[in-house]
Unconditional design. Structure first.
Length: 132
């Protein structure tokens, strides 16, 4: 009976460690977005906004450069972009000027992705209720 309890205890500790490592690695890079100019509840084709993309690095060392961050858009056109700037240790920001060009769903979206061996990260800015 004592061996059985020790076996369950070891199994519990092992599962807890696996879960902790899994949760940590699932959030390698975190992206967030803030519309700093032109923010509205509803947008129309031709509207322009300025978006600050923030990247928080959770791993101190990464083999990928910031130039390898991918920006994909649907219904939006990036008309200007500043270089990445280190706001503080491990936190980088990039300002984008974006024009609404519309899409079939009426919900333009900007997707940012960073892929690396430490799971990378991604983020999405969705402009809902767009009037086309």
């Amino acid at each position: 009976m004592k061996k059985m309890k020790n076996g369950f205890r070891r199994l519990g500790i092992t599962l807890a460690l696996i879960l902790a490592v899994g949760v940590y690695s699932a959030f390698s890079c975190e992206f967030s977005f803030e519309i700093t100019k032109g923010k509205k509840e509803k947008y129309k084709v031709g509207d322009e906004i300025v978006v600050v993309v923030t990247l928080k690095l959770t791993h101190a060392v990464c083999s990928k450069t910031l130039k390898e961050v991918k920006f994909n858009s649907d219904g939006l056109k990036v008309t200007g972009a500043m270089e990445w700037v280190e706001a503080s240790t491990g936190i980088w920001t990039r300002k984008l000027k974006i024009q609404i060009i519309g899409n079939a769903k009426g919900e333009p979206v900007l997707t940012v992705t960073r892929i690396c061996e430490k799971d990378g990260g991604s983020g999405k800015l969705e402009l809902i209720s767009v009037v086309v």
